[in-house]
Design a protein around this ligand. Structure first.
Ligand code: SF4
Ligand code: SF4
Length: 680
């Protein structure tokens, strides 16, 4: 039997289940052939029939085998397991929605499942879909697990949603022309900036201001036309047949909205093409966000900007088949790794390597500003400008990890972290009392009670809230309006007291690697769980708190992103001084977790990172989590479990590719999942 690190001490039935699971995944037991009997397995493994029966029962719960009275035990297809055996999960998941799609399409349309890219939406159904006011399926909270069609669960209205689609369409058109011009030697450096800023602005919870999108669409069309003229002036020419996105013309908001039907994801009739292009585009959105943060710290990479251009142009290419689009999805993951590495270098280069840090979560008596989002440059300038003003600065949500950087520790008024994840802001911003600066996405439409205290900057925006203008070349942003308002506000109301600990990015973990390795070798640490990703408002996310609590005490959680708020205030203890929750930082610091895993692979001298005692149980919400997932897949990590539901934008065929090639799975009940992971 194969034995991996961490197998030692596992009950016999778990070790047998692990071996049989691996065999089933390899196809060792054909679906229609009876598997060996309990007695035969008992003889092979030197175990009692009861032990074998326990192992088979576990596999049956996972849906990997079915036992037929009088006939024996049979392996089932993993796809069947993942789609039908996890009742609670399946009915709420994107997989279920994918099935719903398939059902609808089967009923109304021609849809030859399993026949490659031959699924076709019929015109009557398509017209019905086009009659919707909006359609957005980019985040985990997509309505009914399929897409928001009336108003976003996030609060985005129809006009903003449709203008975002048209902006994306315009960006594709610009990319098409830029890629053609590039081939002729005409390169305009402003294209890259338009692309990453535009992509970032359309991320979930970033910008709710329709005027921003109208203005951006105008700018993108103007740049595309300018580029075409430059190409013509050099004697070049665009292809005779241009995609409609490359000829888009609209000056007013109404003209732009008229283009929505063509711009919508629903205009892509083939369900699999739509899913693969969605994966690429949503991955690009996440990548663009990380890239822009790096740019703000002076780091750029022309290759990444060129990829955004090439990939966006490719999403207009109807000649790209499933294989080509799948390759593009993986390439997006590769560039996602590059973007996260660039940002990691930018952050650590500017502010030092994160180090283990205790962060206060109570409050002081001074008036204060709350800063949220991911942009460390904004934080630095805010801290500089608040010196000597008597105003404290607290972090919220994804800004918490800023406390782990050495450079920010010199600021005496950097008081601590207030509250928790982004979705709790509606109550926490209210009680904070002072102004709040949103530097990136994760903005929930504000209540009137505190709306006048909300400031946005960068790609964030909300109508009626003051937007702090971008810094001019070589200059700084001006946060004086926020500071002046803070001085007039009462100090924050205390909502909790105590501390939390974080700062275990790759350099800090490398420093304690010998202790970690020792703990694993001595059996003090049995398994690591990467529980990175997002938090969200849905009740189903309570799973992650319960899962963290249910994990055996000899396991360690590696986290990054706002998912941590589900368990970082629990007292999960430590293992020989190593905290059981190691927080690497923001969601982009998932890159750190990948480096940590690769470091462990090196020190344990295993051939494949998937042989390490590491399980992935990741929560996702928006598009930055999509690029993190694609990056992990590109780096070779397999068997990642994603929850609380799988993406609504996956079609059955694309979901099957992810299951078959990468072992992607969902989540089930806490008890079953803990057993499954510990036995895996
Ligand atoms: S971002 Fe999410 S919640 Fe908002 S409209 Fe799109 S799918 Fe719905
Ligand atoms: S962890 Fe997820 S929800 Fe939180 S900021 Fe990152 S991508 Fe957004």
């Amino acid at each position: 039997m194969e034995r991996g690190i961490g197998d030692e001490g596992a009950p016999g039935y778990l070790r047998i289940a692990r071996e049989l699971r691996a065999r089933i995944k390899r196809g060792a037991y054909p679906e229609r052939e009876r598997m060996p009997t309990e007695a035969e397995f008992g003889e092979e493994f030197g175990a009692s029939r009861i032990t074998v029966r326990h192992a088979l029962a576990l596999l049956e719960r996972e849906g990997l085998v079915r036992r037929e009275p009088g006939r024996g035990t049979f392996a089932t297809r993993r796809l069947v397991r993942d789609w039908s055996s996890r009742g609670r999960w399946a009915c709420r998941s994107g997989w279920c929605s994918a099935f719903r799609y398939k059902t609808i399409e089967n009923r109304n349309l021609r849809y030859r499942f399993g026949g490659g890219l031959r699924a076709t939406l019929g015109s009557r159904f398509l017209r019905r879909l086009r009659d919707m006011g909006m359609f957005c399926h980019q985040c985990q909270e997509a309505a009914k697990g399929t897409g928001c069609t009336v108003r976003g669960v996030c609060g985005k209205d129809e006009t903003v949603s449709n203008l975002q689609d048209v902006l994306l369409y315009a960006l594709k058109g610009l990319s098409f022309v830029a890629a053609a011009a590039r081939k002729a030697g005409v390169v305009d450096k402003s294209v890259g900036k338009k692309l990453y800023e535009g992509l970032f602005a359309t991320i979930t919870n970033a910008n709710f201001d329709k005027d921003v999108f109208v203005s951006r669409i105008r700018d993108v069309i103007a740049l595309r036309e300018e580029l075409a003229k430059k190409l013509a002036a050099k004697g070049g020419a665009l292809p005779a047949k241009l995609p409609s996105a490359a000829t888009l013309s609209a000056k007013t908001e109404a003209e732009m909205l008229d283009q929505w039907t063509a711009a919508s994801f629903l205009s892509i009739e083939n369900a699999d093409v739509r899913a693969l292009r969605s994966l690429v585009i949503f991955g690009l959105k996440g990548m663009a966000a990380y890239y822009e943060h790096a740019v703000n710290l002076g780091k750029t990479d022309p290759a990444q900007e060129e990829f955004m251009e090439r990939a966006l142009a490719a999403t207009l290419d109807d000649a790209m088949d499933a294989a080509a689009l799948t390759a593009l999805v993986l390439e997006t993951g590769k560039f996602g790794v590059d973007a996260m590495a660039l940002l990691d270098g930018a952050n650590t280069g500017a502010y030092g390597n994160p180090e283990p840090t205790t962060v206060q979560i109570g409050v002081r008596k001074n008036p204060a500003i709350l800063i949220s989002g991911h942009d460390l440059k904004d934080l630095e300038e805010l801290l500089d400008q608040t010196q000597g003003t008597g105003v404290d600065v607290y972090t919220h949500g994804e800004m918490l990890p800023a406390h782990y950087y050495p450079a920010f520790k010199k600021y005496q008024n950097f008081a601590g972290n207030y509250g928790s994840a982004w979705w709790k802001q509606v109550e926490e911003f209210d009680s904070f009392n002072g102004p709040v600066l949103l530097t990136t996405n994760c903005l929930v439409p504000p209540k009137e009670s505190y709306k006048a205290r909300i400031f946005t900057t960068g790609e964030a925006g909300f109508p009626g809230c003051v937007h702090i203008a971008d810094r001019k070349e070589g200059g700084k942003k001006d946060f004086s309006a926020i500071i002046e308002l803070a001085k007039k506000c009462p100090a924050p109301k205390e909502i909790e007291t105590g501390t939390i600990v974080g700062g275990f990015a790759h350099a800090a973990v490398e420093a304690v690697a010998p202790a970690v390795v020792d703990a694993v070798k001595k059996g003090a640490i049995k398994r690591f769980f990467v529980m990175a990703g997002c938090d969200g408002r849905m009740k189903s996310r309570e799973y992650y708190t319960q899962f963290a609590e249910a994990l055996p005490k000899d396991t360690v959680i590696l986290t990054a992103g706002c998912a941590k708020y589900r368990y970082n205030k629990l007292n999960l203890g430590d293992i020989g001084g190593i905290p059981r929750v190691l927080d690497a930082g923001q969601c982009n610091d998932s890159y750190s977790l990948a480096l940590t895993a690769l470091k462990l692979k090196e020190v344990f001298a295993v051939a494949d990172v998937n042989d390490l005692p590491i399980s992935f149980n990741i929560a996702w919400y928006e598009q930055k989590a999509v690029i993190v997932l694609l990056a992990l897949l590109y780096l070779g990590f397999k068997n990642i479990h994603l929850g609380p539901t799988l993406p609504a934008f996956l079609s059955p065929n694309v979901a099957k590719v992810l299951v078959d090639n990468f072992g992607i799975g969902g989540i089930g009940s806490v008890d079953d999942d803990v057993k499954m992971f510990m036995g895996a």
